[in-house]
Design a protein around this ligand. Structure first.
Ligand code: GLP
Length: 249
């Protein structure tokens, strides 16, 4: 696992965008798995600004809330449309987001796994990190061989995402998410984590015991993982990290 610590959120966003744009210049037909949340907003802005083409790219979002339509402003589809899809030449038929309104969520999850398989698997998965160590919406306790499925969100996750809904009671209780097993099959993985609020979970992710109680620790079994942290998120680490920009304060 390669861990890179940069000065701040802006540097994290720029580095991540540069890495992903470089990847797409080398592999213009790549298949990506994409995150949502506050962390990747700067990354998407910087990625759009690179002007890299998405004409042959396929994207699979990690997760979606159960019961929200694509038009709902809290849906991850809406997030992707406003942050990325509306700004790049990614063909509509190459944009895969789980359908939160599917009458049969299990069938929807099987369909998603099949679509990933037909795309040749995921070349690069870009992930954020939940406050409780979740990746996608795989909450603590999720088995590492889990596949795409319907899940129940924890109270802490619903509280953390309340800002997107105007209150925790409005956050959906369920979601569809790629499984940890599905994510681990990606050929490369890039994890973005920003802010002092994540410093404690970053330490557990990188330096604590590998356990399903911290879902992100499953990534330690993967051969090609890069983690980009800003200095605040790296604040509790004792041993890891390579400073690639700025100076130690
Ligand atoms: C969300 C998403 C995750 C994301 C995480 C952190 O709920 N399901 O994919 O990585 O929580 O989000 P944020 O960047 O807003 O802290």
């Amino acid at each position: 696992m390669q861990v890179i610590v940069v000065d701040d959120y802006e540097a994290l966003s720029a580095l991540a965008a540069g890495l992903v744009a470089g990847f797409l210049w080398a592999r213009p037909d790549a298949t990506l798995a994409l995150p949502t949340g506050a962390t990747p907003e700067g990354f998407y802005r910087a990625l759009v600004a690179t002007g890299v083409s998405f004409a042959r790219v396929r994207t699979f979002n990690l997760d979606e809330y159960r019961g929200l339509s694509r038009e709902h402003p809290g849906s991850f589809y809406h997030y992707m449309k406003t942050r990325l899809f509306d700004h790049v030449d990614l063909p509509p038929e190459h944009r895969f987001v789980l359908d939160g309104t599917a009458a049969d969520p299990d069938a929807e999850c099987r369909r998603y796994e099949e679509a990933i398989r037909q795309a040749g698997g995921i070349d690069l998965a870009i992930l954020g990190l939940g406050l409780n160590g979740h990746i996608g919406f795989n909450e603590p306790g999720t088995p590492w061989d889990s596949r795409t499925r319907l899940v129940t969100l924890t109270e802490s996750t619903r509280r953390a995402n309340a800002r997107f809904f105007g209150g925790p009671d409005r956050v959906p209780r369920e979601a569809l998410t790629m499984g940890i097993g599905t994510i681990l099959e990606a050929r490369r993985i890039l994890v973005l984590v920003s802010g002092a609020g994540k410093a404690a979970i970053v330490r557990r992710f990188l330096e604590g015991p590998a356990t399903p109680e911290v879902p992100a620790t499953a990534l330690r079994n993967h051969p090609h993982v890069t983690v980009i942290l800003d200095r605040a998120a790296a604040g509790h680490l004792t041993g890891h990290g390579t400073v690639v920009s700025g100076h130690k304060k």
